[in-house]
Design a protein around this ligand. Structure first.
Ligand SMILES: Cc1cc2nc3c(=O)[nH]c(=O)nc-3n(C[C@H](O)[C@H](O)[C@H](O)COP(=O)(O)O)c2cc1C
Length: 276
């Protein structure tokens, strides 16, 4: 189930222009006398009417407290006061009003949140995380992430994948020393090895890699960070983690709550060849 909150407005054009420019919302659906705007998981519908709904509060939440400051710089002239920390709710926020007098709030939650991203957001916001907070990741949460990961496709639905959870700090340090690229493993409270069995699937390498990335996206959906560590299908890794030599280790990824917000890396344009 998804949802939209609708408001009556006397000034549809102005209100759409306000939310598009000030809050960077985009038009999700244009109807006859209503415009539905979208930002992340938020859908707001405005309909041209003789009276306006101006009750309630529209709250936008950002991924970092710096983002709140950036919005404040833009909305300074119409903001009620500069952003501040609210200890009762553990949020950093400020209030303002839209062009028709509705209260709006821009805030950042100073703690980890349950999943709220749309599918598209999930795909375009995922980053490799290499710094993690000390906050633990519970077994229940890890199981929830792995459960969504079960929906990864596999050759002939063979599902040849299993997982090894590593929480032991000494083992994490040993994995971190396997190669320079794996050093980040020791920054995380746990690591997960994604393993596939050639006796269950002849395409176990592809199955394992898809399942690993499915897990990483699922983790991101729950607010957890991961980082693909390449070249971990090694005898010393298998020995360390008691994995049969014939099995394939797609990656051993660190898993934890992000303690950094990496700047998005440049992406090439889509390289496309149309075959007539
Ligand atoms: C096959 C593969 C191997 C990778 N190996 C490593 C690695 O050994 N260590 C590491 O820190 N990151 C590794 N990465 C992460 C990439 O550096 C990262 O995905 C890339 O720079 C793009 O950044 P983003 O994931 O934040 O978008 C690997 C990624 C892939 C797909």
């Amino acid at each position: 189930m998804n949802g939209i909150t609708f408001f009556k407005t006397k000034t549809l054009k102005e209100i759409v222009s306000f939310y598009s420019q000030a809050l960077k919302m985009s038009v999700w659906l244009q109807q006859k006398d209503c415009t539905i705007l979208q930002k992340g998981n938020l859908l707001l519908g405005f309909c041209q009417r003789d009276s306006a709904d101006t009750q309630g509060m529209i709250t936008f939440f950002t991924e970092s407290c710096e983002d709140v400051d950036n919005f404040y710089e833009y909305l300074k002239d119409i903001a009620c006061a500069p952003p501040k920390m609210n200890d009762k709710y553990g949020i950093y926020h400020f209030f303002s009003r839209d062009s028709e007098g509705r209260d709006i709030e821009i805030q950042w939650f100073g703690y980890s949140l349950k999943s709220f991203r749309s599918g598209r957001d999930l795909l375009v916001t995922r980053r490799s995380i290499r710094k993690y907070s000390d906050e633990p990741v519970s077994d229940e949460l890890l199981m929830a992430v792995l459960n969504s990961g079960r929906y990864a496709p596999s050759s002939r639905n063979s599902q040849p994948v299993s997982y090894a959870v590593i929480r032991n700090p000494q083992l994490l340090c040993r994995l971190a020393r396997i190669r320079s690229g794996s050093a980040v493993i020791s920054n995380a409270p746990l690591a997960l090895a994604i393993i596939s069995d050639p006796e269950i699937s002849s395409r176990h390498i592809q199955d394992g890699n898809i399942a690993a990335y499915h897990f990483m996206l699922s983790a991101w959906d729950y607010g957890l960070g991961t980082c693909w560590i390449g070249d971990m299908d090694r005898p010393e890794v298998k020995e360390m983690l008691q994995i049969p030599a014939s099995h394939y280790v797609s990656t051993v990824t660190p898993v934890g709550w992000p303690a950094e917000k990496p700047i998005p890396k440049e992406r090439d344009v889509v390289r496309l060849k149309i075959i007539e």
